[in-house]
Design a protein around this ligand. Structure first.
Ligand code: P61
Length: 473
């Protein structure tokens, strides 16, 4: 079928205009996994024993799981067939070479160092490039990325455009770097080992970076002799936004745009659990031979030999095939289109969400759900708990709990964005699931009055959002 929008058809019976959908998912379902409906009483008990933290729920108590799109994709029959072709040799597995080829062909980098997942790559990159006292500028922080940079002795500085911190701004590329902010860091910091550029920007709402912006960042960094390391976790979704929003790219394919985008960077960290459609895996890519040698040397200490990096041969094969599937335009249209469907549905009911709708998730603006709740009563954590209690939908807090504490002062970081993420796994849920989610969100939005928020009763030392526990305030 032609993917472009067909003209509306006037109906003979009523004279109404029938707007035909121009696309549906480019796959059909061959295997299903049953999910369980729960009662309100069961959900109340489950939420209480999970300490009001959706990370601590058992997945079997969840009806529709929108906690994350990480490792939750459905693999294709071609990927499952690849699983059977795993070469589980300790060294030099053929699947490593297939993966190397796929990464080279679609992302363009010279060297591939496999890791068990994204944070494994962040760890290796931070250790080989950062010296204590360094400054790493980036377009908004990501939890694990910043954590590894700080562990290696760097300070992270946010250089994203101001619009990214405003949930209502409809800037089409809210992931863009503010060039003046970046230049200030490049000229004042003692040493900048690299610029960390994420595409799309998860914490900003799945917002993309434009090609024009990465090109300008490249020029600026080149003048200062500073490399750019991409967080390419959702770079194919980013390519789709460039195709649909940036002048001059409508006739290019996602695959072409991805290659061009990556060509403006010097390497990438990757969580294979997102764009590449697998349940586990990741990699570090580098163009520089000397750095790649350092990374290959370190990967054997923390991950595994440099031809498996913590993955089984079968996992590398599934990821190599997932990469090939992920860059298809038909796939991306349906993937981002489903997120857009849910976002537009919520908007039509007046639910406050982050605009524009992101690539992997719809983000609810918890501040506007609970305008009178102070941030240290954890509005987004409260909203995530309420969504589960209402209909068994699991979401994720992305606000003050996720932001953690300032290392120096010990105080909470108070981010401007206090969000709940409804994250859509790839190729997993149907349009009816999205409708049920929207109905539940609307029900919670109608009923915000008596809530007083939560208080934290247990706070772990590292990445606290994963395991913190709360009680109703
Ligand atoms: C997620 F609550 N994301 O979005 P790894 N970069 C980027 C990511 O989105 C990402 C990683 C690096 C997850 C899982 C997760 O605070 C959290 O393969 C842009 O998970 O190690 C992961 O990749 C790290 C959820 C991670 C979190 C950290 O759901």
């Amino acid at each position: 079928m032609n993917a472009s929008q067909p003209p509306p058809i006037p109906l003979r019976t009523t004279g109404q205009q029938l707007h035909r959908r121009s696309w549906a998912e480019p796959w059909k379902i061959k295997m299903v996994e049953p999910i369980k409906l729960t009662t309100a009483a069961q959900r109340k008990a489950a939420m209480s024993s999970a300490g009001y933290n959706t990370f601590l729920l058992r997945s079997e108590d969840v009806y529709i799981d929108l906690l994350t799109d990480s490792g939750t994709s459905a693999m294709s029959d071609w990927q499952w067939a690849g699983i059977m072709l795993g070469d589980e040799a300790y060294a030099g597995s053929r699947n490593f070479y297939h993966l190397e080829d796929a990464v080279h062909r679609h992302y363009g980098y010279r060297h591939l160092i496999p890791t068990h997942q994204g944070r494994g790559a962040e760890h290796i990159l931070s250790q080989i490039m950062i010296q204590p006292g360094d400054t790493v500028p980036g377009n908004m922080y990501f939890t694990t990325t910043r954590y590894h940079q700080e562990l290696a002795g760097a300070q992270f500085v946010d250089v994203i455009i101001d619009e990214a911190h405003d949930p209502a701004s409809t800037h089409p590329f809210k992931g863009d770097v503010d060039l003046a902010k970046l230049e200030r860091v490049l000229t004042t910091a003692a040493r900048v080992p690299y610029v960390c550029l994420a595409a799309t920007v998860n914490m900003a709402g799945g917002q993309p970076v434009s090609m024009g912006n990465i090109r300008a960042v490249r020029e600026l960094c080149a003048r200062h002799g500073v490399p750019i390391m991409l967080d390419a976790t959702r770079a194919v979704e980013n390519a789709w936004f460039i195709k649909t929003r940036e002048p001059g790219y409508a006739d290019k394919t996602c695959a072409e745009i991805l290659l061009e985008f990556c060509s403006h960077s010097d390497g990438c960290t990757m969580s294979g659990k997102k764009d590449p459609l697998v349940n586990i895996g990741g990699w570090l890519s580098l163009n520089d031979d000397t750095l790649a040698e350092k990374a290959r040397n370190l990967v054997v200490v923390y991950e595994g030999l440099h031809t498996y990096g913590g993955m089984a041969g079968r996992d590398m094969e599934a990821m190599a095939r997932g990469i090939v599937e992920s860059v298809q335009d038909d796939h991306m249209r349906a993937r981002v289109g489903q997120v857009e469907y849910l976002g537009e549905l919520l908007q039509s009911f007046g639910v406050p969400i982050v605009l524009p709708i992101g690539g992997h998730a719809v983000y609810l603006d918890a501040r506007r759900f609970y305008p009178d709740m102070p941030q240290d009563r954890f509005p987004a954590q409260t909203l995530a708990a309420e969504l589960y209690l209402d209909g068994g939908v699991r979401s994720m807090e992305r606000g003050v709990v996720s932001a953690g504490r300032d290392k120096a002062s010990g105080q909470h970081h108070y981010p401007k964005l206090e969000l709940v993420r409804l994250t859509i796994p790839r190729r997993v849920y149907t349009q009816a699931h999205m409708d049920v989610v929207a109905e539940s969100v609307v029900a919670v939005y109608q009923n915000t009055e008596k809530l007083k928020g939560l208080r934290m009763v247990y706070e772990p030392e590292y990445l606290r959002f994963f395991q913190a526990r709360f009680e109703p305030a």
